[in-house]
Design a protein around this ligand. Structure first.
Ligand SMILES: O=P(O)(O)OC[C@H]1O[C@H](OP(=O)(O)OP(=O)(O)O)[C@H](O)[C@@H]1O
Ligand SMILES: Nc1ncnc2[nH]cnc12
Length: 176
């Protein structure tokens, strides 16, 4: 099963980037091409029926598999980046993380008004990052029809925040 394969592959790094945080290091997933392919296939199987017009990936770890998922579905991949990285007119949003605060941005003309998207990131923790991304997309009149994560840290209760408006939340491996 994909969940076991993911859990066997990633590593727990204690006290990174701050004391008390158990960091889920997903870099080992990318040493295993067969596992990467299986993860992309799992996402595609779970999100195709939502008929997204694009996948929106969150910098930086949402950029690792996001383009592959979009390519498999034959749809665009759109970037949400950390502050100061995107050229042209952008809108931005600041949010809290498990271990700090951050600001993300999207280009104003990244995607046409009225499009439907899936937001993809490697990991759901408090949900602060994806909620900020949802807010950005909402401001551009883009509808979020689902969220897709490799990993979910369920004790941090991000899912409940995302499901408030009944949007489907997909995660392939969940930790309590
Ligand atoms: O659900 P949340 O509490 O918001 O946390 C999840 C976010 O934290 C990590 O990113 P980070 O900001 O560390 O940046 P990185 O991907 O550039 O390493 C992770 O990749 C998610 O984007
Ligand atoms: N515990 C964690 N491990 C990896 N990425 C994270 N992002 C937020 N919390 C995290």
């Amino acid at each position: 099963m994909i969940e076991e394969r993911i859990k066997q592959t990633i590593r727990d790094i204690y006290d990174f980037p701050k004391p008390g945080i158990i960091f889920k290091d997903i870099s080992t997933i990318f040493l295993d091409a067969a596992l990467c392919k299986s993860i992309v296939k799992s996402f595609v199987d779970k999100i195709r029926h939502l008929e997204p017009d694009a996948i929106v990936g969150l910098e930086s770890r949402g950029f690792l598999l996001g383009p592959s998922i979009a390519m498999e579905l034959g749809i665009p991949f759109v970037l949400i980046r950390k502050e100061g990285k995107l050229p042209g007119k952008c809108i931005h949003e600041t949010y809290d993380l498990e271990y700090g605060t951050a600001t993300i941005e999207i280009q104003e003309n990244a995607l046409a008004s009225g499009k439907k998207v899936i937001i993809h990131d490697d990991l759901l923790a408090t949900g602060g990052t994806v909620l900020a991304a949802s807010n950005l997309l909402h401001k551009l009149n883009i509808e979020v029809v689902g969220y897709a994560f490799i990993i979910e840290l369920s004790a941090l209760l991000g899912r409940a925040k995302l499901e408030e408006n009944k949007t489907p939340v997909i995660s392939l491996a969940s930790y309590t």
